[in-house]
Design a protein around this ligand. Structure first.
Ligand SMILES: Cc1ncc(COP(=O)(O)O)c(C=O)c1O
Length: 421
């Protein structure tokens, strides 16, 4: 279960003064929200109602990759809003073509076409429909994905998701999906058959607990898919757009999938998703087969372009491996020195701190909030760190120091204010 299912408790007396009951009354109660609200952000920091400052090592769950209020992104959105927000896909949208051109150019020849939508789940739906269309004439309908995978909440994406808890109560889900253990090539080989149209995987399972695939496994999956005439689709919704240190996760792993799904960091916080594919595969979606009203509208596209410009031209992408190495080294040192912490895993700026059974991730996350650090309890004993890609060395060092304080307090040595005053 992800923490959105957990009930959050007050993080500090200042935050407890928020009138949470009034805030939540008009809303569906489908999220377990912390009693913190933010007034504004700047770079890697968020400023809460009541004045508390947080270092944001969560970035809206890998979304606010340029941090908060990035001048280039703000300007691009403002300028676009003043020109035209939305026109519909009944017309040419030059901003959409420019965003697609940039995203495809960054694949260095792997993909030539982009389809735009509004979220990760929608990007996955598009890949599933593409796979079904592609296999239709040869009777290939089965889609194989991994146990513990998370692909989204819509029906198709939910059927592909490999964690049963997300599915309870929504049955019957669409058929034609099979799940195999993540990383087990033999298991995959045993189910990919003449009825299979696609294998769908995350290179690093995000919601599953920040579980990176072995590069050899992904390379072998690619070979298997090619040999058996099956599409290899990578869900890059969390790993894409610089998170692992290359523009795309498939480049970090040195593999060549047939299509990828993107969202999260793609618009730096503006809701947008995309599928990138080769010409031949993209050609399956002829007019009338798929579409979305908002997908690729000028506002979202201005954000995609600004994020791409900032990552490439301002050197933010090149920053990621450097900051990742510094953060990882610090986390490994913490793990070596701290009772209750047993290790670190992940890739790039998608990392998890693994805890012993004696220390609950939810408790440590609360202690982090109290110390002014935003993180996420992704598993009962794993804390996830997804800082913005614009992170500085000083931010890394401050985050590590706040984490140490939070650990001291969560393991009951008095530190920075989670005690019962
Ligand atoms: C790997 C992956 N795929 C798909 C999704 C669904 O994206 P969205 O919440 O934008 O629908 C997520 C969201 O966490 C994700 O991490």
């Amino acid at each position: 279960m992800t923490p959105e299912h957990e009930t959050a408790s007050p993080a500090s007396p200042a935050e407890a003064s928020l009138d949470v009951a009034t805030l939540e009354r008009p809303l569906f109660a489908n999220y377990g929200r912390s009693p913190i609200a933010f007034e504004r952000g700047e770079g890697a920091r968020l400023f809460a109602v009541g004045g508390k400052v947080y270092l944001d090592f969560l970035a809206g769950i890998a979304t606010s990759s340029l941090g908060h209020a990035h001048p280039r992104l703000v300007r691009a959105i403002q300028d676009q809003a003043a020109r035209v927000l939305h026109v519909s896909n009944l017309f040419q949208i030059p901003e959409q073509s420019e965003a697609a051109r940039r995203l495809c150019a960054a694949t260095k020849g792997q993909f030539q076409r982009a389809f735009f939508c509004n979220s990760g789940a929608e990007a996955i739906e598009a890949t599933l429909k593409l796979a079904r269309l592609w296999g239709h004439d040869s009777g290939r309908t089965k889609i194989v994905s991994a146990e513990h995978a998370f692909h989204g909440r819509t029906f198709g994406a939910l059927a592909a998701t490999g964690t049963p808890a997300y599915k309870i109560g929504f049955e019957p889900l669409p058929g034609g999906f099979e799940h195999v253990p993540f990383g087990d090539l033999a298991a995959l080989a045993s189910v990919v058959d003449g009825e299979t149209c696609a294998v769908l995987l995350e290179a690093v399972q995000g919601e599953g607990g920040v579980l990176p695939a072995d590069p050899e496994y992904l390379a072998a999956v690619q070979v298997l898919c090619k040999e058996r005439g099956v599409l290899f689709i990578l869900d890059e919704i969390q790993t894409g757009i610089g998170r692992l240190g290359e523009m795309y996760g498939f480049q970090h792993y040195g593999i060549q999938p047939d299509a990828i799904a993107l969202a999260k960091g793609l618009g730096g916080g503006v809701p947008v998703g995309a599928v990138l594919a080769k010409d031949e595969l993209a050609a399956k979606l002829v007019p009338g087969k798929h579409g979305t009203t908002f997908g690729g509208n000028p506002l979202a596209m201005s954000a995609v372009i600004a994020v791409q410009q900032t990552l490439v031209e301002d050197g933010v992408l090149a920053n990621v491996p450097v900051r990742s190495a510094r953060l990882r080294a610090g986390l490994e040192q913490i793990a070596a020195e701290t009772d209750g912490v047993r290790g670190v895993r992940g890739e790039g700026l998608m990392l998890a701190l693994l805890l012993e059974d004696s220390l609950k991730a939810a408790d440590l996350a609360q202690a982090c909030f109290a110390c002014g650090l935003l993180v996420n309890a992704v598993r009962p004993h794993a804390i996830r760190l997804l800082p913005p890609l614009i992170l500085t060395d000083a931010d890394v060092d401050e985050g590590l120091s706040l984490l140490r304080e939070a650990l001291a307090s969560a393991t009951a040595q008095p530190a920075c204010g989670v005690s019962d005053e």
